[in-house]
Design a protein around this ligand. Sequence first.
Ligand SMILES: *Cc1c(COP(=O)(O)O)cnc(C)c1O
Length: 355
Amino acid sequence: MKYPAVFIDLAKVRHNARVISNLLKEQGMSLVGVAKGTMCHPGVAESMLDGGARAIGDSRIDNLRRLRESGYRGETILLRAPSPSSCHEAVVYADVSLNSDPVTVRMLGEAALKMGKRHKVILMVDLGDLREGVLAEDAPCVAKEMTDLPGIDLIGIGTNLACYGGVIPTREKMDALLRVKNEIERSIGRPLERVSGGNSANMLMVLSGQMPPGITELRIGESILLGTEAVGRTPIPGCFQDAFVIKAEVIEVLKKPSKPFGEIGQDAFGNVPVFEDMGIRTRAICAIGRQDIDPGSLFPLEKGVRILGASSDHLICDVEEAEPSPRPGSILEFRPGYGSLLRAFTSPFVEKVVI
Ligand SMILES: *Cc1c(COP(=O)(O)O)cnc(C)c1O
């Protein structure tokens, strides 16, 4: 066995997808499974589909291409607007894409026509998070412009909150999205099929029955993969939080002072570190680092292990209270948060082990 490694429990991913797809179904919504936290690992995507996801969404065309090449024939949704230089590929590998700029959508339409296809577009509306999307007041006009483009089918609208600005999805935000839908329908003179209401930050609203009728789908990654909602990171009842476990090998265990000695300047990443003096402590170094995980989103599973920090290739843990104390060659286990999951799957140095 090679370390570091991320262990993937596909049965737990499937179970989480089942719990969430049932919750959504009860409230009239379908589930778009988002597998980008795992670079769209084909086993993970398949487990999402087995658990009731209707389609697979990913922000990167390369991930959707690999999914197609693994044999998937269902709907693919590109979650990040394609760049103008990748419109051809976007049309090849995505059935639907989320967009906000008519310049790109025109190019998508041209690429689709060249291939004798049509491309489906969901218009993103920015309700305050200030990442992608047109402002609500501009949406009817932009929607009209998109509907008139050759090769394009405008099938719905969507919004994304809690990703950049940290704006929480609320009933008011969802009602605002539905008002935009009505205005667009008036402007283009036909109904829109789909209203894509958000991501794992919407799960608290789902759990408390706050999602208004009219939202037709949610795009869910984190809640399926990690079993948590994305506003306060609380567990979703009935979901597993340990479908993924990261394991790393210990390469040094020594007693050392807890406060660095000497003059303090910047660390490897340009930060000036601050340390609390806790006296002499037993510390273990694991052979994994910021290239593979984010130390702020990694949680030790063994009692008595505390993460102190990490450089590119070294993860430093306080193991003073660990029973038994680890030795070089011991394997320490961690539950990844979203940041660590993303890096572990992206790093070629981390083995991916399906169990
Ligand atoms: C990543 C992403 C999602 C899924 O987010 P989670 O918090 O993992 O559920 C949904 N929509 C868009 C546009 C995304 O980029």
